[in-house]
Design a protein around this ligand. Structure first.
Ligand SMILES: Cc1cc2nc3c(=O)[nH]c(=O)nc-3n(C[C@H](O)[C@H](O)[C@H](O)COP(=O)(O)O)c2cc1C
Length: 360
């Protein structure tokens, strides 16, 4: 039985335990997509996690969907992320930048070029999104041409190189939660009749091509990927053959020798067990909203090598110390999840500060 507190070597990283920080968009970057002034402090505060996976970060202008998310493709982005990576490394932790291309989950008001969003097919998500002008329906995207597909794959590889240039230990490709890669996987968003749509092999092709390009650009040992089988976000319906799709996709990705696969685990336990068998390197599992009592169970059961946590880490910079000492956790404040400054970002109290305040 493996304990969540036991160390692990992952690619080139030596991790002190098996906790990771899950990627979380915070919408606090500067207008040009450079990580904001407080980002280095925010991530460094959470260095106890060992492996920090950053907020979704666009690989190109096209990849942005939400307001004030960071990018990793310009010189300014690289300088900004270097400050974050240096601060995290100084505290002995590792940083993977999550590369997020949103596809149709976007609004032209939120992107630098204000163009129509790109997606596998011209099918709107049927949802609204926050813009500087309030909540607005996400318009119908433009169906990607073969040239768009080639360019987007190249953008992922370019952004991965820039992430490494900024000092990141690697990148996590966002293939989950209804964004571009997930849109290619799902028949509800992908009605293409070329090699990128239709059969399971065709729908999986874009995700595999992106992973291959990124792994070639920066090395498979610096490349992770996140998937979320069964996730309905962004108007996604994977259809009846979803289990078969993921078994095929994970098998194809496994051949690339990536550092890790990060699964957002919902309710299909049989699929998780199968993926565990198919996938030969490290598996990170994130159970959405999992209660505190569950911490360590997936590692102990041999189902995961690492467990990732989101909201609890957002609200507790000293999450690891609190779990280790069985202390109470701060509750996350949803009102400050996205946008704003230090409030709800870098000002969640640490246990030692709370104790000192009590003693005063
Ligand atoms: C504020 C917030 C922002 C999020 N942004 C992202 C993101 O950028 N990329 C991603 O893959 N998941 C994102 N997620 C999902 C989390 O990574 C995680 O899967 C989810 O919160 C469930 O885990 P938890 O219950 O431990 O928070 C976000 C979650 C939250 C709460």
């Amino acid at each position: 039985m493996t304990d969540i507190w036991s160390p692990l070597t992952l690619g080139t990283m030596h991790l002190p335990h098996r906790f990771a920080m899950a990627p979380m968009t915070r919408s606090r970057a500067m207008a040009d997509g450079t990580p904001g002034d407080l980002a280095a402090e925010y991530y460094a505060q959470r260095a106890g996690l060992g492996l920090l996976i950053t907020e979704g970060t666009q690989p190109s202008d096209d990849g942005q969907g939400y307001t004030l998310t960071p990018g990793i493709y310009t010189d300014a982005h690289v300088i900004g992320w270097r400050r974050v990576a240096d601060a995290v490394h100084a505290k002995g932790a590792h940083l993977f930048i999550q590369l997020m291309h949103v596809g149709r989950i976007s609004h032209p008001e939120n992107t630098p070029h204000h163009r129509q969003a790109l997606a596998p097919s011209a099918i709107a998500a049927g949802q609204a999104m926050f813009t500087m002008g309030g909540m607005k329906p996400m318009p119908e995207p433009r169906e990607m041409t073969q040239a768009d597909i080639d360019d987007t794959i190249a953008d992922f590889a370019f952004a991965a190189r820039r992430a490494v240039e900024a000092g990141a230990d690697g990148v996590e490709i966002h293939g989950a939660n209804g964004y571009l890669l997930h849109q290619f996987l799902a028949p509800s968003a992908n009605r293409r009749t070329d090699v990128w749509g239709g059969s399971i092999e065709n729908r999986a092709r874009f995700t595999v091509a992106v992973a291959q390009a990124v792994a070639q650009a920066i090395g498979p040992e610096r490349t992770g990927i996140r998937l979320s089988p069964g996730a309905p976000q962004g108007g996604i319906d994977e259809g009846a053959d979803a289990g078969e799709l993921y078994r095929h996709l994970v098998g194809e990705l496994d051949r690339l020798g990536l550092a890790y696969l990060h699964l957002v685990q919902r309710d299909d336990e049989a699929l998780l067990r199968d993926i565990r068998q198919i996938w030969s390197s490290a598996l990170i599992v994130n159970r959405a909203g999992g209660p505190r009592e569950r911490i360590g169970q997936d590692v102990a059961a041999g189902l995961a090598d690492i467990e990732a946590f989101g909201a609890m880490v957002l609200a507790n910079p000293d999450f690891i110390e609190r779990i280790r000492s069985d202390a109470a956790l701060n509750l996350p404040d949803r009102a400050t999840f996205f946008g704003g400054g230090a409030a709800g970002y870098t000002d969640y109290p640490r246990l030692d500060a709370a104790r000192t305040a009590q003693a005063d």
